[in-house]
Design a binder for this molecule. Structure first.
Ligand SMILES: [Mn+2]
Length: 669
């Protein structure tokens, strides 16, 4: 994990508005700040945001073609036509399929499910699937979470005698399929006020239209709808908040039998009251089936009413998930080793390929590699010379555009700024590597530090149980509504110790006479970088630590940095530049080291403290003015001295990095 750049809200603090919010909604100052900084800055917007009641869901009939879709389904139910729900193999598609089949069956319909196989069929509606469905005697196909771009396939379905209703939430192409109805809030002509429903959310709306109300649908299926919504990482704003809030409560109190069986495997019910746990523990188990064998198993799990069958299927999914985890950690280890052994400091895009890497899993690993090394990353699984690939990118590099510039050597590709997938011939991989890195070299000189977005400042005295409890009004958290990150600046470290064999770190700090407890998971290295007496800024989420029957507030740290009150600790001086440069020059070979360790080595040699942040700043400035070449790889740096012209003066002040550091210090005061 590389050092982060902290980004504070750019809006000026409006104390009058904060006061108004605190009084009106009975909020502590930091919570009011978060809401305002997130754009809920009028009483009306704030009220809507805080109101998670299911009474405020939008009318499903406000969606284009909804009436037509409901009418066609009613006709099929009444006349006993067979209906097949055609879904997708991810959790959104699985939950949408289960919801629709369950509801149709409750109406007495003859309904079944079809999910294409990830490995052999791939994503979307395909012709041979339609042939199989027609062969079953189906008259009406209802797609969920897929189908919006399947115009030719829908036409083919017509030739097979199938009627099709499309429900989807993916982006539309110019021509919509000529289906009996096309329900998608993203249709250009759809007046529906909220566009961010998941696939299961759109299916839910169709069910509500058939039912003539939302409450009874959520009472029966709210847990399934919430699960798909969380898993698809859609924005948890607007009605998605009400859906997820309601559904998580149902998941804890009265879950679907299959879902209940999965939760029994994962842990006790009380722990479930959070969308994060759902996305880290429940969703992966349902996803595993689609990745490792067939997603139909997960659909069967959500369809069954039989407790024993639910337990059996849940166990099978758990085993597939364990297998998925093993496979994932093997690929992660192999990919990490490739990065280390190949001297990737100078690369901006890591292109890693291997025979036999499971292509259902390379996407997950690509994002872990991207986080670990702070470099865009593409993982390629090679099978018989044909390769499937998945990539993730760092902020500042648009992966979709980068790949578009290589369109002539890719077979097909799709995605967006931060994630993309494609196929490529094995022989073209070196060319892709070369061209992507050439492209990225033009975008930035060094990969920018990952950004940490701060939601609000908090004062030590506001760090109390009341603030933590009232912060929960902002739940459920997820995409579009992240867990708030608070910054508490200029605290003094009183005590700092490692936990769990050096993996984590616990800090006791003090400010204005208030004691502050912080925990830094996975940041054991802090113990070597900071010590008692240091003044630091803390950024993190608040939570309650239950210990020995007492409740104490703690900050769960996302990051820590030197306090800005003494800029001299951060901004390199002339003397610092000279000393650091001399140190580099004295080394007989290029330096390759962990940045914090190198800082402490230099400090030891100079007999005065140079902290990591200052060292990294100085190195970037040297790189800017062309006297060294600096390579970054996560926490590691590589420094190569470049031959300079003798006696030539370099102007460090002109370095963009130097200007950036100075500006950052000015803004944080
Ligand atoms: Mn989806």
């Amino acid at each position: 994990m590389a050092a982060k750049e902290w980004i504070f809200p750019d809006r000026k603090e409006d104390t009058e508005l904060i006061g108004k919010f605190c009084a009106r909604f009975d909020l502590p100052v930091p919570v009011a700040r978060v809401m305002i900084n997130r754009g809920f800055d009028t009483v009306e917007k704030a009220e809507n945001y805080l109101n998670k009641s299911i009474d405020c869901l939008h009318d499903p009939l406000g969606m284009a073609d909804m009436e037509k879709a409901a009418g066609r389904i009613r006709r099929a139910v009444e006349s006993g036509e067979k209906i097949t729900v055609y879904g997708d193999y991810d959790v959104d598609g699985i939950t949408a399929t289960a919801l629709m089949v369950r509801y149709l069956r409750s109406l007495g319909a003859d309904a079944d499910a079809y999910i294409p196989n990830r490995q052999s069929e791939g994503y979307g509606v395909n012709r041979s699937a339609l042939e199989a469905i027609a062969g079953r005697g189906t008259a009406l196909v209802v797609t969920v979470d897929t189908g919006i771009t399947a115009a030719p396939e829908v036409e083919y379905a017509g030739e097979l005698g199938l009627d099709v209703i499309i429900t989807d939430h993916h982006e539309c192409k110019e021509t919509l399929p000529a289906a009996a109805a096309v329900v998608n809030p993203k249709r250009a002509d759809c007046p529906y006020p909220f566009k961010e429903l998941a696939g299961v959310g759109v299916a839910f709306k169709l069910v509500c239209a058939l039912e003539g109300g939302s409450r009874s649908v959520l009472e029966r299926y709210g847990d399934i709808v919430a699960l798909g919504t969380i898993a698809d990482v859609v924005s948890l704003t607007d009605e998605n908040r009400a859906i997820v809030e309601y559904g998580i409560n149902k998941m804890c109190s009265d879950p679907n039998p299959g879902l209940g069986a999965v939760m029994d495997i994962v842990g006790p019910g009380s722990k479930w009251n959070s969308s994060a746990v759902v996305s880290y523990s429940v969703a992966p188990r349902l996803n595993a089936a689609g990745r490792m064998s067939s997603a139909m198993k997960a659909v069967d799990l959500l369809l069954t009413e039989d407790h024993e069958e639910a337990v059996r299927l849940a166990k099978e999914l758990d085993e597939e998930n364990n297998l998925r985890r093993q496979v994932e950690s093997v690929i992660f280890a192999e990919a990490s080793e490739m990065v280390r052994s190949r001297d990737c400091f100078g690369k901006k895009v890591l292109v890693l390929a291997k025979k036999g890497w499971h292509h259902g899993i390379i996407g997950v690993v690509a994002s872990r590699i991207c986080d670990k090394f702070n470099k865009s990353c593409i993982l390629i699984s090679v099978e018989n010379g044909r390769c499937k690939s998945s990539g993730r990118s760092v902020e500042g590099l648009n992966l979709f555009e980068a790949l578009s510039s290589c369109g002539d050597i890719l077979e097909k590709f799709g995605g967006h700024a931060y994630a993309a997938g494609f196929s490529i011939l094995e022989e073209n991989i070196p060319e892709l590597d070369r061209r992507l890195n050439e492209y990225a070299d033009k975008i930035f000189r060094r990969e920018p530090a990952p950004r940490l977005y701060i939601d609000a400042r908090i004062e030590a005295e506001d760090l109390n149980l009341d603030t933590v409890r009232k912060t929960r009004l902002l739940c459920p958290y997820g995409a579009g509504n992240k867990t708030p990150v608070f910054a508490l600046t200029e605290v003094r470290i009183d005590d700092l110790r490692t936990l769990s064999e050096g993996r984590h770190c616990r800090l006791m700090c003090e400010k204005n006479g208030v004691r502050i407890e912080a925990i830094a998971f996975g940041m054991g290295h802090l113990a070597g970088e900071y010590s008692a007496g240091d003044f630091v800024d803390l950024a993190g989420e608040m939570n309650i630590n239950y210990y020995n029957g007492t409740e104490r507030v703690q900050l769960v740290l996302s990051d820590i940095r030197l306090s800005r009150q003494w800029p001299a600790d951060i901004l390199p001086s002339r003397q610092d530049f000279a000393d650091i440069y001399r140190y580099i020059k004295r080394q007989s070979r290029p330096i390759r080291d962990d940045a914090a360790r190198l800082a402490s080595r230099i400090s030891y040699t100079l007999r005065r403290r140079i902290k990591r942040e200052k060292l990294l700043g100085a190195l970037a400035v040297f790189d800017d003015v062309g006297i060294i070449r600096l390579g970054l790889l996560g926490d590691m740096v590589k420094i190569e001295l470049l031959p300079g012209e003798a006696g030539k003066k370099v102007n460090l002040d002109s370095s963009p990095e130097y200007i950036r550091i100075k500006k950052g210090l000015e803004n944080s005061v």
